[in-house]
Design a protein around this ligand. Sequence first.
Ligand code: TYD
Ligand code: MG
Length: 463
Amino acid sequence: MTKLKTIHTCQSCGYISPKWLGRCPDCLSWNTLLEEKVSEKDRTASKSINMPYSKPQPINKIERIKEDRVLTAIGELDRVLGGGVVMGSAVLVGGDPGIGKSTLLLQALNSVAEGGRQVLYVSGEESPIQIKLRADRLGVASENLCVLAENSLERIIEVIENLKPKTVVIDSIQTISTSELSSTAGTIAQLREVSAQLIGYAKTHNMPVFLIGHVTKDGLIAGPKVLEHMVDTVLHFEGDRGYPYRILRAIKNRFGSVNEIGVFEMRDGGLEEINEPSGFFIADRPSDAAGSVVVASIEGSRPILIEVESLVTPTLFGMPSRTIVGVDHKKVSLLIAVMVRKGGLKIGAHDIFLKIGGGLRVSEPAVDLGVVASVASNFLNKPVKSGTVVFGEVGLAGEIRGVHHTELRVKESAKMGFKRCIIPKDNLERLRKSGFFNRMKDENIEFIGVNNIEDFLGSGLHS
Ligand code: TYD
Ligand code: MG
């Protein structure tokens, strides 16, 4: 008879302790140790992933093969993946419940299946009938798309061996368990083992596998970082429930850039790609309102025009409050301090409310000037002239620093009909030297270079 042993595993970092502890000594998180029963045989369960190349080879002798990719025909997903799904790769897709992970992968798989490839969608959460109901709404009906409702890893591998699909989706990895371990599905031990086996299988059979992962309330993919280390690509599907748009972001990608984002809109018939996101986020913008400013931002390799809005009012009760949505709170506090000291704006005792239009989240330095422009504009009650786009990084001394991808930002602004760009002087000089202005002659764009906050307050706002 196999002897059962009790261990306690931290569900956030994987630390193992023989007795229960309130706080994990490794990652210092509270209340994350969970009791698990393991048998002696569990210790040997995690066989190493069967890699096909296990001999040392001189690096110059390794044959270069171009990685084999399959397009899912969902352009935004393919772009985030770096140009399609790499054969044999493991992709982890995380996101809040109900954000649309299952929908996205069902749509993606359907288009792969319609291209004549056999694909398998394994659901540990929903019955085939539930999946069918969703598929009907999405117009997903390819005969090459097979659905399997199953929780046992052994059974799933068996089905894969028989069906020999070209792509597999596991929805979700937290619901699958192996009988080799006695702990329940979703625990660290199970997650690690099930993922290792599936990823190993994918690698040896050159078949891509998508693992859907739940996220914890902190927004991390449930389970230890271990899971993120094991896969080749980690994607996050995010968005605000109150808005229809969804953003797919690569957090890690062994086969492409991590800066790319894909933008979708959730409609009645499923997710629609938004190929021109610029217009989308500034669509309902008020014109000539003090406090509303358009920033040409870059997400990945793509420019997106976003709107920064703010409201500055005198504080009624003692401490001024700062309510910030969509930009880092600390960054805005810093910019407010710079505006007080270097721009001479007396906003220290004002409540400031600031948000990015459309519920978008941005973290790029070029948005700094947008924040400054928006707060100053609302405080002074002077709108930024309509048809104006701003961008630039603001330093602690109030200086406005150059940012990258200036040409892309300006071209996108021109494309969206903006006629005036307020940009760092440094960027302006470089554009002039590169002959960019000659190339943009027909667009008739007015450029204003600013060196510091005072410069901006002098020339950027409409009086
Ligand atoms: P789902 O893919 O089930 O989310 P997840 O797998 O991330 O938990 O998406 C569910 C949400 O999407 C649900 O709240 C309803 C909405 N939805 C639509 O608005 N339109 C649709 O066509 C579909 C299929 C879902
Ligand atoms: Mg789901």
